[in-house]
Design a protein around this ligand. Sequence first.
Ligand SMILES: C[S@@+](CC[C@H](N)C(=O)[O-])C[C@H]1O[C@@H](n2cnc3c(N)ncnc32)[C@H](O)[C@@H]1O
Length: 246
Amino acid sequence: MSTHDDGYFDEHVAAGYDDPNAPENDPALIESTTALLAEHARAGSALEFAIGTGRVALPLIDRGVEVHGIELSRAMVAQLRAKPGGAEVPVTIGDMASTRLAERFSLVYLVFNTIMNLTTQAAQVAAFANAAAHLEQGGRFLVETMLPQLQRLPAGETLVPFHVSETKVGFDEYDLVNQGLVSHHIFLDGDAPRRFSLPFRYVFPAELDLMAQLAGMRLVERLGDWDRSPFTAESEKHISVWEKPA
Ligand SMILES: C[S@@+](CC[C@H](N)C(=O)[O-])C[C@H]1O[C@@H](n2cnc3c(N)ncnc32)[C@H](O)[C@@H]1O
């Protein structure tokens, strides 16, 4: 029996991860996501931290970019392997904060809020250092993550809903003292409600910039979304790109 710990993305979660109706799988979003990533790869190869089931990596490979991955969950990688082209993607099982590959890349990317899956500041700082270590001179590190929705918290409250429908309720529970949040997903589509709760460390762009600076990188672009809309006071997420000096 394997003693490997898949973390929160175990076999059950992995089996349900690729919901074609989920907003993150919208073909237009995947198109704009991979277009921006390919541009930042600048004809070089890319490394996806937390590659998961290849939701982004496989369509990026279809654009002609060579993509490698690091991923903690064997169950998520099993889903990737079962997809067309998924068996050929070089993936190393390990922690993106510390796993070191021999190859160097022109782009390292970490999308879909996954920097927040590292629940300590030290681990997030280590992920930036690890990204920089995998970059060629002039290479770029791209992160997509949400903005903490603290303005939406009524005084004294800790809960912010992010999804309410007949089949699912989702809300984030903020821990303002420890810069933490737990995302609760409650599924209402079965015989009985099911709950999946995942802990995160939320982080603002300025702290990420400091982590990049500690890793010897500087900010080259910050966007509000994959469609290249500008980052504004109303943005609910950001896509930030830092560069290792040439
Ligand atoms: C929300 S999924 C994102 C997967 C993929 N990047 C995507 O956009 O669809 C988060 C992924 O991060 C992985 N993960 C969490 N912590 C990790 C770590 N410390 N190192 C590597 N992978 C990690 C999980 O196993 C899971 O596959």
